[in-house]
Design a protein around this ligand. Sequence first.
Ligand code: CA
Length: 239
Amino acid sequence: MDKARILIAEDEPQMMGILAFALESEGWAVLTAYDGQQALDKVVAELPDLLLLDVMLPRVDGLEICRRVRESTTIPVILLTAKREEEDIIRGLELGADDYITKPFRPRELVLRIQAVLRRSGVGKAQAIVEVGALRVDGLRYQATLAGAPLELTATEFRLLSCLAANAGRAVSWQALLKHAWGLENWEGGKEMVKTAIYRLRQKVERDPNDPRLILNVRSVGYTMPSPEESGDQTATPL
Ligand code: CA
């Protein structure tokens, strides 16, 4: 079982230390961001399993981050707020945060809330192998199969597919795919690169590439792989 990866966005070093210690003690992998811009960059670059987000952050404030993260992903977000920031909590939840915790908090309470949110989002099971319907992606071996048949994918196509599969049921922005598959950010023509690669990938994974069922467009955002529940598991039909 792979560790859940949690990005902590917090500008106060002492609080960061407390949070990181509590989460690492629980066996989670911790990523850190000390301001809002770093947090946004790392969400795209690292695709963490959960974002623990301080509302009062320099450069880009937590609520703005929450809004932007929600535009492109459905990574679970837990807000960290002070008691007096009640308006921010409500606003944050409206913007799509999954939960919040007010400072000061007991580390145990924090851990329980994170566990609950991870459970709801289905994180914490085997991450190395992701299965979506008949699709099976083995991240350790760089292999993917559909209904048991191996898919002949380039490394880039594999990374695109595994990123979409790992986020099944969520929209993934083309920027996130660009970053994940090529390690590029704000690349001129990046959107076209992703589009072209998705086109090629569909030729290999879709029964009818002109009527895709596995990799769907999300208008003006990017792409999504429907979770089997949403799709009625049409992916189970072998090619
Ligand atoms: Ca702060």
